[in-house]
Design a binder for this molecule. Structure first.
Ligand code: FES
Length: 185
């Protein structure tokens, strides 16, 4: 029959329409694979490389009081605040607190609001005139932060304080709990 289809061996000639389509699909597939590798790979590379890259500035200074004239003298006052945190490339917020104490309305002390034992929030006992931690009955001296009783292994964590235009600013930091040395967390 004359109308039979004849298959001719072209000896590897890629000019056949099917071969062109296959080449095209291979190229598209390779290109999309490369794009996917970049998209997936970049965060991974960045995660490993980030410790060596400049980190976003982390400012621990927090304004905890607008006016020093409004702070009681001789009685600690607790101030809570929300702090913006930057851990590597992750941003988050945390509710933290400090205790402010002044004996003369001029010089201020600030203590991290977490007990140095296991991190509970402590209170000021007006009768005892001490800080008191309800978790394991730890007690601290508000004038010095020293441990007066209970299991806390070190004094309260005192923080840097600055007075700027009558406002009180504290350089808030957390420290490792349950150890006698003061090590930044
Ligand atoms: S957590 Fe404060 S005494 Fe244990």
């Amino acid at each position: 029959m004359e109308d039979q289809v004849k298959h001719t061996d072209t000896g590897g000639d890629s000019s056949h329409p099917n071969d062109s389509r296959r080449d095209f699909l291979v190229k598209v597939s390779a290109a999309s694979g490369a794009v996917t590798a970049v998209i997936v790979g970049f965060p991974v590379v960045r995660a490993f490389a980030s410790p060596g890259l400049p980190q976003p500035h982390v400012d621990g200074w927090v304004k905890v009081a607008d006016d020093i004239a409004l702070i009681d003298v001789g009685v600690p006052v607790r101030v809570n605040f929300v702090q913006q945190l930057q851990d590597a490339w992750v941003e988050s917020r945390a509710l933290n607190g400090v205790w402010l104490y002044t004996e003369d309305g001029d010089k201020f002390k600030a203590y991290n609001g977490h007990c140095t034992h296991l991190g509970c929030s402590y209170i000021y006992d007006k009768d005892l005139k001490h800080f008191f931690c309800p978790c394991h009955r730890g007690q601290f001296d508000p004038k010095t932060g020293e441990v007066l009783a209970g299991p806390p292994p070190r004094p309260l964590d005192e923080l840097q304080v600055e007075i700027r235009d009558s406002a009180v600013w504290v350089n808030y930091k957390d420290y490792r709990l349950g150890v006698s040395e003061r090590i930044e967390a």
